[in-house]
Design a binder for this molecule. Structure first.
Ligand code: UDP
Ligand code: MG
Length: 332
């Protein structure tokens, strides 16, 4: 995929899934913030929305030269949409933010200032948000706690996908061939000069959250299993603990057999043990299965996403000058 780099351009990368009500406002807010800051593009990734998001994007991209969009053939998920955005950004740096205006566009100048000071990654951490329902706050806090415990990553509470990446980092990210991307972890893992900024999240402007509990759980699982093999070691440790326990019971059973007359009473022990060991085996096999499944998906080398439509395709038709990039990129 050959996306041209445009010198001194700033890319804004925005994944959007069913965000028809938010996008017009978002684009206006972004334009107001970006106007004094130089050349920029607003690249919106429609993650297979089922509402009018694509039509809204088409209209916006016709109205404003800075607005481009990519539209997936179906819903691939937020992380994949973000990655497609990073892949197709043409700027010297890319700022990613959510479409629902929870990531205040007014913070972008601060991110850019840090970037100009020489940081390659400027990431943001949200201060605890009073607008969020307590369920979301609790799940989010525990998500990071669990992730740190279960993997080798040092991720801060409330790390958001609102960040600036230098071109250098974007190019490295493009080299990652794995489909199962957990970007927050990936970027923290990559190193470079990183800078942290705190922000106060706003309430979602319109619509409801697109991150269902299931999607959050998937994200947590992905974060853990793509960053660590700790769960595999855990399963080994569990196996050892179980064997030790079983041999103790074994000793006890032998003792009863040789020195008492109560061997029939061992039936209970036997049943308990069988069930318990069976359970542990299922856990261990399950953990191994998850990793095996991942290997299976990765060896297939499928494209991480499929682009169904872009803001450029229409222009190509009217100019009758096909740009090979657009056609080759989804299949790359
Ligand atoms: N999003 C997406 N694909 C999905 C789910 C969400 O592109 O499958 C986008 C969504 O449009 C938004 C961002 O990811 O721009 C964050 O989602 P949301 O605001 O619903 O999550 P929350 O802020 O509630 O965690
Ligand atoms: Mg949101």
């Amino acid at each position: 995929m050959n996306v041209p780099l445009i010198p001194s351009l700033i890319s804004l990368v925005i994944p959007a899934f069913n965000e028809e009500e938010n996008l017009p406002f978002l684009v206006e807010r972004l334009r107001a913030v970006m106007e004094p800051l130089g050349m920029y593009e607003i690249l919106i990734i429609d993650d297979g929305s089922t509402d009018q998001t694509k039509a809204v994007l088409r209209r916006l991209s016709q109205a404003y030269d800075e607005v481009r969009f990519i539209s997936f053939s179906r819903n691939f998920g937020h992380q994949v949409a973000l990655r497609a955005g990073y892949d197709h950004a043409r700027g010297e740096c890319a700022v990613s933010l959510d479409a629902d205006l929870q990531h205040p566009p007014e913070l972008i100048p601060t991110l850019l200032k840090k970037w100009r000071e020489g940081f390659d990654v400027v990431y943001t951490v949200r201060t605890p948000d009073p607008h969020l329902p307590w369920t979301k706050r609790v799940t989010s806090r525990n998500f990071y706690k669990f992730l740190r415990a279960a993997s080798d990553l040092e991720l801060e509470d409330g790390a958001a996908d609102f960040r600036l990446l230098d071109r250098k980092v974007l190019n490295v990210l493009k080299q990652f061939k794995e489909n199962d991307l957990f970007l927050r972890g990936m970027i923290s893992w990559m190193g470079f000069r990183q800078c942290r900024i705190e922000y106060e999240p706003a309430a979602r402007f319109a619509g409801t959250t697109k991150y269902s509990f299931k999607k959050m759980l998937q994200l947590a699982m992905m974060g853990i299993t793509s960053f660590s093999s700790k769960p595999l070691y855990l399963s080994v440790a569990m196996g050892f603990a179980m064997s030790l326990f079983a041999s103790l019971i074994g000793l006890e059973v032998l003792y009863e057999y040789f020195f008492t007359n109560a061997t029939v009473s061992g039936w209970t022990t036997l049943v308990v043990l069988t069930v318990f060991i069976g359970g542990v085996q299922f856990i261990v096999i399950g953990i191994i299965g998850v990793y095996l499944g991942k290997t299976f998906v990765e060896v297939k080398r499928r494209p991480a996403y499929i682009i169904g439509d872009t803001s450029e395709i229409e222009e190509v038709i009217t100019w009758q000058a096909p740009t090979p990039d657009i056609y080759s990129s989804p299949l790359m």
